[in-house]
Design a protein around this ligand. Structure first.
Ligand code: NAP
Length: 458
């Protein structure tokens, strides 16, 4: 009997899992709630990260492996249930990622003008479920967090729209960025320069725009003897700290006066502040500021490794973005550990909260290991999960209806308007040709129904 596996989520994690299974002769049905494949590469990577976007070339080749069928615009939970998948498949792998912002429970966080990075990232990437317009009237903006998403958000807010025109951004986003009034973007790291989660390349990229000065504020950027020891042990950390200290020495990434506001200057500044933890978003009815508290290291590895010093500062800003990490949402029908925001597993095999294996159900990617690591890491992660699936397949109960026609029949019976890989290829070619005609990589189509329509009939 042909061995059949369903994979839920066609981002890099799901595609790598599907490809590894197909290599072993397993037939794979790969589902995504979006009409298109590529998940986070298409909808999470910033448009100006054109090199990272090129990963889609390898992912598309992976999808060409015989035995993989793509079903887009299929919502697991609403259109498909676990029991239905198990009727026709030996096993199911969940690769649904981490798509929502971690909460930041501080006063004022729900004020209008306070945003989660995930929502902003979805907007600037033209996600079909994101709003079409984004309020960008704030001149002074705070970004909370010191990871690569915080860098993306700060850079997207700071870089003039004209410098982003060559990318794949949709027209509504381009128009929004043209109207963006942000001039001073303050990024707050709650710990010191040696503890940031930035990677060296992404940090340096912050200063690549000739219109953007990066200003590192020296207060809080001092290194402790523990920091010095830590830096010695990690080349990556050393490079990041060196870059930050160089910018302090130079006055800014653009030299001594780069951070000064010349009258009438359209220069934008990204300010980096260290040891400043957010304690409240200020305002009544709309954001008017952010209050931070100076922190000091306390060495408590069970906590956040910092203590507040009672020294507060208020920053006048009209918008706040929190980029403090993503979180997965529970998947209907399988266990979820709220404390880690992931599905409990052993080598990819889903386990109940009591530790017993849920036969035939697996996870891979961010829903398995949490929202950390670069896209490249999804491949080795998928290899571990697929090894578990392959080791179990012959022992798993055979599906009731092992018929490859069952998936389409079931979706059609439910009236699900699913898309195929051929539909995506047509939409892809259409977006690229729209872009080429205007000197851009591509112009993304945003509305779900238009994506589906153009995929069938460009
Ligand atoms: P991240 O790397 O985990 O960074 C989260 C940041 O938020 C940390 O600096 C963390 O500080 C801070 N934070 C957490 N809770 C906080 C709180 N209550 N108050 C203040 N700050 C808080 O997460 P991410 O930036 O979302 O990135 C997710 C993954 O995607 C990472 O692996 C990243 O490298 C990757 N990514 C890569 C790129 C790229 O261009 N290559 C782009 C985007 C994302 P603490 O360390 O103190 O907890």
């Amino acid at each position: 009997m042909q061995r059949r596996v369903a994979v839920i989520g066609a981002g890099p994690a799901g595609i790598h899992a599907a490809a590894a299974l197909a290599e072993h002769g397993v037939a794979v049905d790969l589902f995504d709630s979006l009409p298109t494949p590529y998940g986070l590469v298409r909808y999470g990577t910033a448009p100006d990260h054109r090199r990272i976007k090129e990963i889609v070339v390898a992912l598309r080749q992976a999808l060409d492996r015989s035995g993989i069928r793509f079903f887009g615009n299929v919502d697991y939970g609403r259109d498909l249930k676990l029991a239905e998948l198990r009727r026709s498949c030996h096993a199911v792998i969940f690769a649904t990622g981490a798509a929502v912002d971690r909460p930041l429970p501080i006063p004022g966080i729900d004020l209008p003008g306070s945003f989660g990075a995930a929502d902003f990232v979805a907007w600037y990437n033209g996600h079909p479920d994101a709003p079409r317009d984004w309020p960008l009237a704030a001149r002074e903006v705070a970004v909370i967090g010191a990871g690569n998403v915080a860098l993306d958000v700060a850079r997207m807010l700071a870089k003039p729209a004209a410098e982003q025109l060559i990318t794949e951004m949709p027209d509504n986003v381009w128009r929004g960025l043209v109207a963006n009034r942000a001039r001073d973007i303050h990024l707050f790291a709650r710990r010191g320069p040696a503890q940031v989660k930035f990677t060296p390349l992404e940090l340096r990229e912050l200063a690549e725009s000739p219109s953007v000065a990066v200003v590192v504020h020296p207060e809080g950027a001092e290194l402790t003897p523990e920091d010095e020891a830590m830096i010695k042990r990690s080349r990556q950390r050393r490079t990041v700290v060196r870059t930050l200290l160089d910018w302090i020495e130079q006055g800014s990434s653009l030299g001594a006066d780069g951070g000064e506001s010349e009258p009438g200057s359209e220069r934008r500044r990204i300010h980096l502040h260290f040891r400043a933890a957010p304690v409240a978003v200020l305002g009544a009815g709309a954001v008017t500021g952010l209050r931070t508290e100076r922190t000091t290291p306390d060495g408590d590895i069970d906590g956040d490794m910092i203590t507040g010093t009672g020294e507060f500062a208020d920053w006048p800003v009209q918008a706040v973005y929190r980029a403090i990490g993503y979180r997965s949402v529970p998947v209907p029908g399988i266990p979820f550990d709220e404390s880690t925001g992931t599905v409990p597993h052993r080598a990819g095999r889903v386990v109940d909260l009591d530790g017993s294996v849920v036969a035939g159900v697996y996870v891979t990617g961010w829903i398995k290991r949490g929202p950390v690591g670069l896209i490249g890491h999804t491949k080795s992660d998928a290899a571990e999960t697929v090894a578990s699936v392959l080791a179990d397949l012959d022992r798993l109960p055979a599906p009731e209806v092992p018929d490859p026609g069952e998936t389409k029949r079931m979706l059609r019976e439910k009236g699900v308007d699913f898309t195929t890989l051929a539909d995506w290829d047509r939409l892809d070619a259409h977006e690229i040709s729209l872009g080429r005609a205007r000197g851009r990589d591509r112009i993304k189509v945003v509305a779900r129904d238009t994506m589906i329509k153009l995929g069938r009939n460009p």
